[in-house]
Design a protein around this ligand. Structure first.
Ligand code: SPV
Ligand code: MG
Length: 432
């Protein structure tokens, strides 16, 4: 009897999966692989069922002889263990990002005489409906809100990218690449930056854009995405306003707000000491955090305290003292910021904080110390890495150059070859 292997990374079984099993069983006994949580996430499929529930679901299917856990999206582990005669998959993996996985598996099985069988992908109304419903469920507040805490437990680093509009939200939601290690990867969460949200409105980053406007940005993004949202809450404003906003954010399904320990007219941290900025007292800021935590109704929402001591050159001891105090006050995480190119002070802070506290999530924003890779941060105990402004910084220079060139040429022909074809832009949203 030949062994036929197929890998599932789904929470819901539809006709497409049943068809795969039926076709596979013509070739031998069918073993289904259940892709592990961390690998599902990297393939842009966030699990809404536990791995135990998924295993039980796959095991209950007619024609399935056994279920194994697949902990490597490239199939290395299962193929080494099972040496299946056939690997069966929908033929949709012959194109797009998954193509790289197929090529890898083909090489693996060919080495011992195995074979891939591509089954024509089932495009049906029912399959589309199941997929759409799953996406809609993931976008609901109760699912989206808790997803950040789930990700912190499931993945070594929560890779978070800035989004400031529906379109940039879609880029963060949908972008998948084949990484240097041959595995697929994607962003886990979105950061709604005060800098980018203000810049997009042509305004300075001084808490001038009010919460009502910020909520509109969040809503635009939420309407077209499912990934969790971390809001840059600036200073959090008056405590009386902050407690109100915590409830609003929770209700919308935002996962976390990060507030910084500054007071008075807030300016962007990357100005450092070039402009006048005042740090809040430990007592006052701790009280604001505690008030926010008391106002919170769900268990999932996170209030993360951002420490500006290194930015304002108040020293490491001050930063650590604040981290301990804010954690005691109830903060669900600590963001430490720096504008130095050299990451040493960030590493020192994280290492020393971790000696004292093994669990409270740590957040960094490597705009200046951008040479550090995510795995190095993880080795220093960091849980969330935020790419805070790169999409905005990518777009502005190109838009400006394009405007200048059209103005110089008195026509648009000169810029056209550098632009996306207009036949593509009119279909962009449907094809993303
Ligand atoms: C933002 O993105 O608005 C931030 C991070 O607060 S920073 O710009 O580095 O201060
Ligand atoms: Mg900000």
């Amino acid at each position: 009897m030949k062994t036929v292997y197929t890998c599932f990374s789904t929470d819901v079984i539809h006709d497409g999966h049943k068809n795969i099993i039926e076709q596979a069983s013509r070739y031998g006994r069918v073993i289904v692989g259940c892709l592990s949580d961390k690998e599902m996430i990297r393939c842009t499929k966030f699990p809404t069922k536990t791995i135990e529930e998924r295993i039980a679901l796959y095991r209950s299917l007619e024609g399935v002889e056994g279920v194994v856990i697949q902990d490597d999206m490239l199939y290395n582990d299962v193929i080494e263990k099972l040496h299946p005669d056939y690997v069966v998959h929908g033929d949709n993996w012959k194109s797009g990002a998954e193509k790289a996985v197929r090529e890898h598996v083909e090489r693996l099985v060919a080495s011992y005489g195995g074979q891939i069988i591509d089954i024509p992908y089932t495009y049906s109304e029912e399959v589309k409906k199941v997929d759409d419903r799953l996406r809609e469920r993931l976008s609901m507040p109760e699912f989206r809100r808790k997803r950040l805490r789930q990700l912190i437990d499931m993945t070594p680093v929560v890779k978070t990218m800035e989004a400031h509009s529906g379109l940039t939200g879609l880029i963060v939601e949908k972008t998948v690449v084949k990484g240097l290690d041959g595995r697929l990867d994607q962003f886990d969460a979105m950061w709604i930056s005060s800098l980018c949200d203000s810049t997009d409105r042509g305004k300075p980053d001084i808490e001038l854009v009010d919460m009502t406007s910020r909520l509109r940005t969040i809503n635009d993004i939420m309407e077209v995405t499912t990934k969790p949202i971390i809001l840059d809450g600036d200073t959090g404003g008056l405590t009386e306003h902050f407690v109100y906003n915590v409830r609003t954010l929770e209700r919308m399904g935002v996962s976390a707000v990060i507030i910084e320990d500054k007071t008075g007219l807030k300016k962007n941290s990357l100005f450092g000491t070039e402009v006048e900025q005042s740090q809040d007292s430990i007592e006052h800021f701790s009280a604001k955090i505690s008030a926010g935590k008391r106002a919170q109704l769900s268990e999932d929402f996170m209030i993360i305290a951002r420490i500006e001591s290194l930015i304002l050159e108040k020293g490491m001891e001050d930063a650590l003292q604040r981290a301990y105090a804010f954690t005691e006050a109830g903060a669900d995480g600590i963001m430490i910021h720096s504008r130095k190119k050299d990451p040493t002070e960030i590493f020192t802070f994280c290492d020393r904080f971790r000696e004292w506290d093994k669990k409270t999530p740590l957040v960094v924003v490597p705009t200046s110390f951008n040479q550090v890779t995510e795995d190095i941060f993880a080795a220093h105990g960091v849980n969330i890495v935020i790419y805070a402004n790169q999409l905005m910084r990518a777009a502005f220079p190109v838009m400006k150059q394009t405007a200048e060139e059209i103005l110089r040429s008195h026509r648009a022909q000169e810029v056209d070859s550098a632009l996306m074809p207009f036949k593509d832009i009119i279909r962009l949203i449907d094809t993303l």
